[in-house]
Structures are given as C-alpha cells and as structure tokens.
Design a protein around this ligand. Sequence first.
Ligand code: AMP
Length: 392
Amino acid sequence: MTATFMDLKLNESLIEGLKKQGIELPTNIQANAIPPALENKDIIGQSQTGSGKTLAYLLPIFQKVDSSKREMQAIILAPTHELVMQIDKQIKTLAENAEIPMKSISIIGNVNIERQIEKLREKPHIIVGSAGRILELIKKRKINAQTVKTIVIDEGDRLLDINNIGIVKDVIKTTQRDRQLMVFSATINDRAMSISKELMKEAVVVKAEEQEQLNPNVEHLYFVAEQRDKIEVLRKLIASMEPERAIVFINRSEEIDTTTSKLKFHKLNAMGIYGAAEKQDRKKALEGFRSGKVQLLVASDLAARGLDIQDVYYIFNLDLPEEPKEYLHRAGRTGRMGKQGLVLSIVTEKEAELIKKYQNVFKINISQKEIYMGAIAEPGTKQEKKAIKNKN
Ligand code: AMP
C-alpha cells in the first residue's frame, strides 16, 4: 500500500499546500525519510535528484520550525548555486501554498556579502547556501548558529568529499550538539557513510527503493532519424497509428513549449504539461488529455512526475533519456494494470548507443524499425525497395 502524506503525520496546512502544487502522494524517499525526520532522528538518505528528496527534508523542517519566532532554525548546505536557488524556490513555493510565514534566504559565495548581511537582519528561519559563505557569516556573527535545530547536507557525496568536508564540519561544529543532521546523497560510498556516522548520534539510513523491472506487457521499438527530422518521423508514426492519446517525452522542461508549437505547426493536436508549479496549465492539459480533447501530451521527466494517467498505450521518446531509470519511468506510464503498451523512441545515431545500454540493463529487446510508405517496417525496407525500383 502506498502511504499518504497524512499517514506520514504531516499537518493539514502542508498537505493542502502540496495539493496546490499538484503533489498528492509521497515519493518513495519521502515516505521513508519523513517519519524519522519528524522524530528528530539523524538521517542518511540515499536518493537521486528528481526523486523528491528536497521535499523529503523540507517538509519535516516546515513542520518543526516555529515560524512565529524570529530565529534561524535550519541550515541547508548545497554544493552549487543552481541547487541553492532551486531549494530556496521550493521553500518559498511551499510557504506560499501552505500559507506558513516561513522566511528563507539563499547565501552563496561570489556575491555582495553586505546585501546578504542586510537580508539576514530579517531573521530568516531557514538559510540555504554554500558552506564557505555561511561559515564566514557565522564567524562575523551575522548568523546565529546556536538556534539552529536542523542541518541538511544536500548532495552529500560532493559536500563530504575531500575538498569540502573541512568547511562543512566547521559549520556543523558551530551548532548545538543536539541538533539534527540529515545527509542526502545520490550514492553513499563507504567514506560518506563513515563520515556521516561520525558526525551523527545515531543514524537512520533510508533509501529510495528502485523499481527495476520493466513491465513484460510493454513492447519497445526505436527509429533512427536526424535530430531535425524527428518531428516529421513522429508525425508519420502518429498518422500511421492514429493513437487516441499518447505521451511525447522530451528531456528538457525548457523545450516543452517549442516542441508543442512545432507539433501544432504539423497539425498535431498537442499540449504541453509543465512542472507542478504552473498548476492551472497543468490541470488544463491533464483534463484535455483525459477527456480526449488533446491527443498528445508533451512532457519532460520532471513535468510528468506524479502524473496519474491510466490507459495510455503509446509512449513516444522524442529525446532518449540519459538515465536507465528515466527510460523505465517513462515506459512505466503505459501497460498499467496488466494492459499492453508500446514505447517508441525516435533517436539519433548517437542516441542509438544508449538503446543498447537499456537493452542490457533491463534485459529487454528494443527493436529497430523504420517508417516506410506510412507504415512501420523492418529496417532496410526503404533501401531494398529503392534498389528493386532502380533495377526495374
Ligand atoms: P527533487 O528530487 O527534490 O529535485 O524533486 C524533483 C521534482 O519533483 C520537484 O519539481 C518537485 O516539485 C517534484 N516532487 C517532489 N515530490 C513530489 C511528489 N510527491 N509527487 C510529485 N512531484 C513531486
């Protein structure tokens, strides 16, 4: 049975806030990490970006931080500016949707420290940033680490490596001994594990369980095309198979708009689905798709998270995902509940290499086909027919 956020003992306002973002059910890492995190346990969490790990630690922080106090209560350390900004954005979105007056600030290096000091006067509850600059501000007594109850180390595999560990430890040392420490990491090697344990009282190790099997009812095909011809191949495939509805996957969320426009230009009935943040558009696209008004839903892996769509037979990969896990997730959108499904990937010569990898990883057959005279044919058919024609 899948746990709900209520089962995890999150409070009502957070659950309502998540709903507004289109988030209804916890991901695996959230289901495993939230209960011990709420009990103030120290946590080592293994999970990839994209698994919902940010909310796995943010939700317990939101529940535990007293936003009526003007005190810094949580520090989140992340290795890159981009990740810091993403985390900060998730905090602000959740605070708004859950209507909780939680204040956060992002603190990164290489930007004007005076402005950060100015912003810190507002006494944010959560500080997200790079360890170096945060340590500097603690030393300048602009951040009071004594009131911090939770420290999160995101991308622990990087922050606990030989280059960063010193500074990260220094930040941790400035806080009280009984604070909670959570380390999240895509992979936890022995070194990261032993360092984490050394820093923790008693660590609870949680993992996002990987679902590794591909559904045997799903068939996999691929078509080789030049990048610029991919849409045309997709158009032909749609014309040939006339699916009632299909999901078209691309890799980058930023390209959903342009891809949708291109499909529309080819007279295809397509609509883009965006990340959980753009809730109105998301709802509209989903309703259109479910009711049959929209034939093709254009999505990225991110945008498709948490989508519950039954009865999709066709999945098209207009880009091939770079991770086997993502191929698996996309394929998992079809053939649900014992039904059949078909995954069609339109790939460049280069991407075709990845096809081989997926065949090996999942021990499945992904057959190469081509589209000839409006129908799916065995590879080489076009050349064969041409040769015959030339002979005659
Ligand atoms: P992360 O792994 O934290 O980078 O999260 C990736 C994306 O998944 C973010 O855009 C989140 O908004 C979204 N997300 C997180 N948790 C869930 C959930 N339980 N259901 C659907 N989407 C989620």
